[in-house]
Design a binder for this molecule. Sequence first.
Ligand code: ARG
Length: 262
Amino acid sequence: MKLINFKWQQLILSLGCLLLIIACQSLYPNNPDAKSLKVATDPTFVPFEIQTASGNLEGFDIDLMNAIAKVAGFAVQFESLPFDGIISTLQAKRVDAAISGITITAERLKTIAFSRPYFKAGLAIAVREDNQNIKDFNSLKGKKIAVQIGSTGADFAKTIPNTKISTFNSGPEFFQDLLNGNVDAVISDAFATLYAIKNGKLKGIRVVADFLTEEYYGIAMPKNSPHLDAINKGIASLLSNGNYKQIYQKWFKVEPPQLPDS
Ligand code: ARG
């Protein structure tokens, strides 16, 4: 009798587990292996990733990542991190991916992987509105420059002779330093700077040279990531089904430029 009881218990337990598995799979009907990817972002970068007053994340990158997840059949769990910590966090595999206006560079490709390019970008020089003597790259020699720690703007500033470079964690901080008169110029991503000026978020600052460099943003992943292929395919389908264009126009109000495949 005892033995029979035990078998019944086992049967009920197995049936319960089976039901649970079926229920989970029906949440992602197209992909039985669907999972949730942890995606890092530094939400201090208009209009790519920003945190609203109520704590929600929004921006071009956030929309794009959610759209990729939808076509690829996975869920996204965003995790806010300072920009400077993103690459080491990927190397340690503490997150599955990062989307944060991250420029694909040869140096970064030594330690992490990137998706195909999803955005054409470049650096800009920003100065205080009343500044008359900085006009271009050459007039930055010997000047004080503020940059974001670990950014391509920071790498670029190092190539200009005799500069004094101040480094900051986030966009609002290095622009504040420029407004306070502590530095003569900021070198940072053109789209983010121009967007902030245009939307009245950066008063008293103007751009003197934009698109000093040609850069492409990619979604960063640990090396040999099992998700690289799905993310690349996701980007490809958004580019071909018009969804990429929709998201681009929502944030930038213009037609997106052509992107290279790799
Ligand atoms: N594109 C630059 C880079 O990769 C800066 C990106 C800054 N992004 C951010 N979310 N703060 O270095």
